[in-house]
Design a protein around this ligand. Structure first.
Ligand code: 1GP
Length: 260
């Protein structure tokens, strides 16, 4: 159904349920690795699988998506690194506009090129205001996008950027410190952004411990995204889901005040 995945995100966010997405980079795993991760996703009830990467050197994405579609019971969402990552085998795609940067190709140019393929794909399209946050490391996404990330102590700039994205009609905001970054997006910045927008907020990059995850969720992230740490230490998925289920089961008036 059109919009069914976005509706799921909205419903869970409205119920103040924190959600988890595991990012699978098709360049970093083989078929066996995808199946192993898929089994964990099902066992622990991860909410979403994201897939994509800044550079895809392998042609494995299509196979990876087919395996995921056959095995996981949750939405498979493309998190595209470029216009070539539009695959009809997924359920949905985050149509990212890099609103923290001033690279016209990543704000609108690539979208024009990809529009016919996107329309034909049958994918659920979720427009997403994508914001890179400085992380103390030159990440692939910062280098490849040729943009300057938002300084990690400039919460006001992050909030204004997210507000502008929301007012332009973007249905999700994604704050990313970049895959494999040295530190996650600061909770203070997440809290600031959260209190200024109503659309669901995705946060990822550099989340390596359950403490990092809990801090991000409690600061107001509706969905956190974990890639490297889940690939390197598959047990982490179970621990994260346990933390998610625990914080979702206890009342947190401060969090309720913070979110929509
Ligand atoms: C990057 O948010 C994702 O775009 C995940 O980052 O691989 O560092 O978890 P990590």
């Amino acid at each position: 159904m059109l919009n069914s995945i976005y509706s799921k995100i909205l419903t869970l966010s409205d119920q103040k349920k924190r959600q988890l997405a595991v990012l699978i980079d098709p360049d970093k795993v083989d078929e066996e690795g995808v199946m192993r991760l898929a089994e964990l996703v099902n066992r622990y009830r991860v909410d979403y699988v994201f897939t994509g990467g800044s550079i895809l050197t392998s042609e494995f994405m299509s196979t990876c998506l087919k395996v995921l579609r056959q095995t996981v019971h949750v939405p498979v969402i493309i998190f595209p690194g470029n216009t070539m990552q539009v695959h009809p085998e997924a359920d949905a795609i985050l149509l990212l506009s890099l609103i923290s940067g001033r690279n016209p190709e990543l704000l609108i140019g690539n979208h024009v090129i990809a529009a016919p393929a996107l329309k034909k794909s049958g994918l659920e399209i979720m427009s997403t205001g994508y914001m890179l946050i400085e992380s103390g490391k030159l990440t692939s996404v910062v280098y490849m996008s040729n943009t300057i990330p938002i300084p990690s102590d400039k919460s006001d700039i992050a909030s204004c950027t997210a507000m502008a994205g929301e007012m332009l009609g973007m249905r999700l905001i994604y704050m990313d410190s970049g895959s494999g970054s040295n530190r996650p997006v600061p909770p203070k910045m997440i809290r600031h952004v959260r209190s200024n927008i109503r659309v669901p907020l995705i946060v990822g990059g550099g989340i390596r411990t359950t403490e990092d995850a809990i801090k991000s969720w409690n600061a107001g992230a509706d969905i956190i995204v974990v890639g490297n740490a889940a690939e390197n230490e598959p047990d982490f998925i179970g621990k994260l889901c346990e933390s998610r289920d625990h914080i979702n089961s206890v009342a947190n008036p401060e969090y309720h005040k913070l979110t929509r």
